[in-house]
Design a protein around this ligand. Structure first.
Ligand code: ZN
Length: 493
């Protein structure tokens, strides 16, 4: 077969592979590059003078120098140099953006199929340090997986790379050096969690308000639009100072040291969501105002919202109260000109319309765990016995895994997989306790080894995902689209 996409002269009759048609691209200096599947594995094929710049097996086809380049780190780097659309850009400042953490490095295709239907910009490379540790991956691998996915799918609108929940200066440096375009600074270690339990007297003893702070905040109303006012009294101001002042100083320090003078554009997100108590709207206002006073250019802030945002399951809490507070949080973000970032956004279907509505369609929502859960649902569908094995392992490991994530899973509510029909296994993924069981165990499932040093599940899982990649992409597309549809519905109606 001779294929003429973009004038591609490659003679496929001499090379047994399956072409990804959307991946055919011309190189500026002449030649072509495209991706294909050969013997069950994806690779990049480059034709023409640039072929020499890639590592791999060199051969001739249709009179051109060609290379069959494996999807390795060196080749990903060269790809990003030749095709800038495969490198991340700052997308957080766009009106709508959506975080799509891919812990497995194989979700990109499904993510892009979902994103194709919406104008939101995807953050395809997005992992926290905790996720890297638990999956034993590096930021290089996370970014490379996104670059390959974008190239294979022919997606050229731009995507972001988020160093998510970074806590230490060296983590920020690591992500920036690789060209990550979002730094999400997790300030939780600098936030005091004991202040909410203090009496007014205790708080007064611990915090003497400076004249400057009093002048700035007391005896006035801050009008932030939509008829919303914020006001502080001495006690509430003291509590803001006690809880957040160290976090504010830390965020300002990181911004000045690493981001303000960075050569490539970087979005700076400040996250205060991993705390014991919700961020009150006035506290959100205080944090933003103090950061701006210190010349920090914030692209987004992630407060902790009221109610429970547990991983991989729907919102739990008072939806009316959530509505009321979302309205104020969104107004504060609009007032200062940054975006509201919603973390742990996987499967929060009951509050997506509210987020879309009150942010007026200017939002950033992060998901990650849900793409892992869809991958495991595919396993349940494709190989019920392997799924049972993994499931029982996760049950035995539950206590250990629960140390890493805050969940209220009740494993006694999960049906016995040995007594279930094969066909019923995928249905476990509509039950919250089973979802959370599999969610919090991802690191163990992916990296645990037997006594001989072989992976317990990893190799078998990846082989099955490779075999069922269309199924995974379809399921993901469907599931991620449901998130976006509800967000857009809230905003457009
Ligand atoms: Zn978070």
């Amino acid at each position: 077969m001779k294929n003429n996409m973009n004038g591609l002269p490659f003679d496929f009759s001499k090379y047994d592979c399956r072409l990804y048609p959307a991946s055919v691209n011309r190189l500026n200096e002449g030649g072509w590059a495209f991706m294909a599947e050969k013997n069950g594995e994806d690779m990049l094929i480059v034709m023409g003078t640039k072929a020499g710049e890639y590592e791999g097996r060199h051969f001739e086809n249709a009179g051109f120098d060609c290379v069959e380049a494996p999807l390795c780190a060196a080749n990903a780097k060269t790809l990003r140099r030749h095709f800038p659309f495969t490198a991340p850009v700052p997308v957080l400042r766009k009106d709508r953006s959506f975080g799509l953490g891919d812990r497995l490095g194989i979700a990109g295709e499904g993510h892009l199929q979902a994103i194709d239907e919406f104008d939101a910009y995807p953050v395809l490379a997005q992992q926290s340090i905790r996720e890297l540790d638990l999956t034993q991956r590096s930021y290089e691998e996370v970014l490379d997986a996104a670059s390959w996915a974008v190239f294979r799918h022919g997606y050229k609108r731009g995507f972001g790379a988020d160093g998510d929940h970074l806590k230490k200066p060296e983590e920020v440096e690591y992500a920036l050096n690789l060209g990550f375009t979002i730094i999400t600074l997790d300030c939780s270690e600098h936030i005091r969690n004991d202040v909410n339990d203090m009496s007014e007297e205790q708080a007064a003893n611990e915090c003497i308000l400076s004249d400057e702070l009093k002048q700035c905040y007391l005896w006035k109303q801050f009008v932030i639009g939509d008829g919303i006012n914020i006001a502080f009294n001495e006690d509430s101001l003291r509590r803001c100072v006690l809880i957040y002042s160290k976090a504010i100083e830390y965020a300002a320090y990181i911004f000045k040291k690493y981001i303000s003078e960075k050569t490539h554009q970087v979005d700076f997100e400040v996250s205060v969501d991993e705390t014991s108590a919700p961020t009150l709207p006035m506290q959100h206002y205080f944090v933003a105002n103090e950061l701006i006073k210190r010349n920090v250019k914030i692209t987004a802030i992630a407060p902790r919202f009221c109610g429970e945002f547990q991983k991989g399951v729907d919102y739990a809490g008072d939806v009316n109260r959530f509505d009321d507070e979302m309205k104020v949080h969104a107004a504060i973000a609009r007032h200062f000109g940054y975006k509201l970032s919603i973390h742990s956004g996987s499967d929060k279907f009951s509050v997506f319309p509210s987020i879309g509505k009150y942010t007026g369609g200017r939002f950033h929502v992060k998901t990650a765990g849900t793409s892992w859960l869809v991958a495991m649902q595919v396993i349940a569908e494709a190989d019920p016995n392997l799924y049972r094995e993994v499931h029982k392992y996760a049950l035995a490991n539950f206590k250990e895994a629960a140390k890493y994530y805050h969940v209220t899973t009740d494993i006694s509510k999960i049906p016995d997989v040995d007594k279930m029909d094969d066909n019923d296994l995928p249905g476990l993924f509509s039950q919250n306790d089973a979802r959370q069981l599999i969610h919090i165990n991802y690191g163990f499932i992916l990296t645990d080894k037997d006594d001989n040093g072989n992976f317990l599940f990893r190799d078998r899982l990846y082989a099955l995902w490779q075999k069922n990649k269309e199924l995974y992409a379809n399921r993901l597309k469907e599931h991620i689209s449901r998130h976006l549809e509800l967000l857009y519905m809230g905003w457009r109606t």
